[in-house]
Design a binder for this molecule. Sequence first.
Ligand SMILES: [Zn+2]
Length: 404
Amino acid sequence: MTFRLFTSLGNEVREFRTVVPGEVRMYVCGVTPYDVTHLGHAFSYVQFDTLRRFLEWLGYRVRYVQNVTDIDDDMIMVSKRQGGRAIAEIRDENDAILRADLDRLNVLRPTVYPYATDHIPEIVETTQRLIDRGHAYVVDGDVFFDVASFPRYGQLNGLTLDELGKRENPESKRAHKKRGHLDFLLWQQVEPGDPAWDSPWGPGRPGWSIECTAMAVKHLGTQIDIHGGGSDLKYPHHENEIAQAECAYGVEPFCGWWVHNGMLQLDGVKMSKSLGNLVLARDLMRTYEPDHLRLYLLSHHMRTDANYVPGAVDALADRFGSLRAATAHAAEGPPNREALATMVAHLEADFDVPGTLDAAERVARRVLGGVSEQGEATALRETLRILGFAFAGARGPATGDFSP
Ligand SMILES: [Zn+2]
């Protein structure tokens, strides 16, 4: 059985192999918990959860790390707006809400769930390595990555340094201090009164991208198999991560598969609090069972942008009902091999979950029509377990080996 998976690095589908046989080291960028999360976050984490479950079904031991960015401009802004409220308190409040939503959606908890603020020594050490190896420079308390020192910068986005240089640079902070237009902060001086940690360059706080590199390397090693996140993180965040890891540790590639999920929009518009068009998973779960919402989220291919329209979850009510009713016919004994292979083949071919769901619905119709072969309902149950449905007996969130 061969699993082929798309990677954004080179935009190609490749046969999946791991650095260590039988073991997957997987890192997924987590949230910045300064505010509520919306259906787009649920879409991303349900997709990565399903990929993790499929890898486990293939026989891999999966170590899944998902970080929490609990120090950045947004966290500080919210803290100030709330009268200087402790950032840890804001983090814990928003994180608890997200965790409760994901638990209900049957998303397995990460193996490790690191907070950036618990990794300042690792971030300082990685930054120092980059300075020592000639890939970073210090200007008056700020440390910048020297993009010109890493000619492969841009490869993840399929762009050359020249082409990137012509685009608007989201890393505009302290532009007057930078040697190169694309250089980005690894460590930054802070405004008076803002949270700060000691470092060899004076008190300050980390840049954004270095946090993920330091946490990935600490919990997974210098070479990992899968790095995930939303497609909006491809540039500059993930481009920066490759540069940092490969320059600090002299490895290539830092990551075997870059897996990006598409963006979930509402009626064709990006969801954002300022537009007031947020759809929340927990609001939908007041109306729909969590497994029904999970089915909706999985009915889109992970890589494509999805467009939520009101009523879209309702439209899947029949499919949800028949999958569940047919699964109830599963019995003891082995699954029908052919039916199972037909459904799983779509997952093996570039993780095509919608393809698997279409095949599962055909099996469900045969089962409910009384024309199925021996073991087909059992094969259906096994397939829906891989996809994480609680009604099919998929293991629950608390069974992950997460430790707080
Ligand atoms: Zn990240």
